[in-house]
Design a protein around this ligand. Structure first.
Ligand code: RB5
Length: 149
């Protein structure tokens, strides 16, 4: 399952991502927003992060879009167990999965074209988490979460 969310600045890119992933037969849940009316990105980042956290299927992930992808990334990473990565080219799309095992990707609706977004999503989805040395680093992230500082 792919959980999608955006604010007003990411709305149009989210809609185009939605259209394309549904053409590919991929399942998604769109948690909003549903128009260009101004909203606050943390509300949507939290909803998607909660859905991703609850979903036990390791192939499930979230896509969050705001103006730059930054606000969505910052907010989603406040939720325990979420590894949200801002992707802005094919390399970052690939290593977000291979090294960071990201479970949410974020993008900028004002910085990313629909064609680019689809290429990045394809690259993220076809990459595999490499584990190994990266697993130790992700364990350290999990330990930091538990410190509650
Ligand atoms: C909204 O204008 C904009 O600040 C927001 O979409 C996002 O880019 C924040 O990170």
């Amino acid at each position: 399952m792919i959980y999608l969310g955006s604010d007003h600045a990411g709305f149009e890119l989210k809609e185009s991502i939605k259209e394309n992933i549904s053409k590919k037969g991929l399942k998604y849940i769109d948690i909003g927003t549903d128009s260009l009316k101004s909203v606050d990105y943390p509300d949507y980042a939290l909803k998607v992060a909660e859905k991703v956290k609850e979903d036990e299927d390791e192939d499930s992930f979230g896509i969050l879009v705001c103006g730059t992808g930054i606000g969505m990334e910052i907010t989603a990473n406040k939720v325990d167990g979420i590894r949200a990565a801002l992707i802005y080219d094919e390399y970052t799309a690939e290593v977000a999965k291979e090294h960071n095992n990201a479970n949410i990707i974020t993008m900028g609706g004002r910085t990313t074209t629909p064609t680019e977004a689809l290429r990045y999503i394809d690259r993220f989805m076809s990459a595999k988490y490499e584990g190994g040395r990266h697993e130790n680093r992700i364990s350290k992230i999990n330990s930091i979460e538990k410190l509650n500082i």
